[in-house]
Ligand binder design. Structure first.
Ligand SMILES: Nc1ncnc2c1ncn2[C@@H]1O[C@H](COP(=O)(O)OP(=O)(O)O)[C@@H](O)[C@H]1O
Ligand SMILES: [Mg+2]
Length: 273
């Protein structure tokens, strides 16, 4: 159990390689969990605000929102409650997902990295706020810098999406090594990689098969199954700011069951925590 409150487990979804599928996997895991009745809090820690848009907030909506940037700056215990907003997907399970949104001016928090103890500000803001949720997912930016460290300081575990290609695998090992060297400094000595999720896998590319083997060697049982295949419907759902369940056709049904299995795995990890 998280030491700050009663939510089962807080997961940071991180890989400093961009385009690994952090945001897609955060959104699809949140969908899979919400569709089975779990209550999910997602926190967008990327100034690009891709997750915020995916959950139904247009650029024009963002000015009126209290975002994660303001709650990090406030640095007051539990203040993140003021930023909670609902998922705007038009399917009933959307009510099981709450969002702490982002906006581009989250960049303004980055220079605060030099201030003493500043990496703990998100954990302080979330303290007590996430107690009622079954799972908390923190979507990180493509960086190992301050914003990702804020997420890790509020996390119990890290999930690492990785495309089976050299630079992504390098990103995954970098994350693992960073956790080993910095978890204590971040105030989370027990922080660990809970899972490596292979994304955007294309069976036609021999390169991918080769890297799957090296990921199995590097991470062993931490590699979650099944892998997420390369499917245009996944990008289309992201583009349309919709859940998978708003799309039709057999490719999307396959993806829904893949993310259901990954959500099963997450719940096993949750129960063990
Ligand atoms: N399995 C996949 N199949 C097809 N497109 C994907 C897949 N995973 C991600 N994408 C697309 O790749 C891009 C990067 O994914 P995203 O989740 O934004 O990565 P990150 O958050 O790690 O930067 C997006 O355009 C997304 O729609
Ligand atoms: Mg992203």
């Amino acid at each position: 159990m998280h030491e700050c409150d009663g939510a089962r487990v807080h997961y940071a979804i991180a890989n400093n390689k961009g385009g690994a599928g952090k945001t897609v996997i955060t959104a699809c895991l949140a969908e899979a969990l919400a569709a089975r009745g779990r209550s999910v809090m997602v926190v967008d820690l990327d100034p690009q605000a891709n997750l915020t848009r995916r959950l139904g907030y247009a650029e024009a909506d963002l000015a009126a929102l209290i975002t994660v940037s303001e709650v990090i700056r406030a640095n007051e215990q539990g203040c993140a409650s003021q930023a909670i907003t609902g998922c705007r997907w038009k399917l009933p399970f959307a009510e099981n997902i709450d969002l702490i949104p982002s906006r581009f001016d989250l960049e303004n928090r980055v220079p605060e990295a030099g201030q003493l103890g500043s990496h703990h500000r998100l954990a302080t803001a979330l303290d007590g706020v996430t107690a009622g949720y079954d799972v908390v997912l923190l979507d990180c930016p493509p960086s190992l810098g301050h914003l990702t460290q804020l997420a890790m300081s509020a996390a119990d575990h890290v999930l690492v999406p990785v495309v089976p290609e050299y630079d992504h695998v390098a990103g995954a090992t970098r994350i693992r090594d960073f956790i080993a060297s910095s978890a204590s400094h971040l105030g989370r000595p027990n922080l660990s990689v809970a899972g490596v999720i292979i994304n955007d896998q294309d069976r036609r590319r021999g390169l991918h098969t080769w890297h799957l083997d090296s990921l199995a060697e590097l991470f062993g049982p931490l590699v979650w199954t099944p892998s997420v295949p390369s499917r245009s419907v996944l990008a289309e759902a992201a583009d349309a700011a919709e859940p998978l369940r708003a799309q039709a056709g057999s490719p999307v049904r396959d993806l829904i069951s893949i993310f259901d299995e990954l959500a099963d795995r997450l719940e096993v990890s949750n129960a063990a925590a």
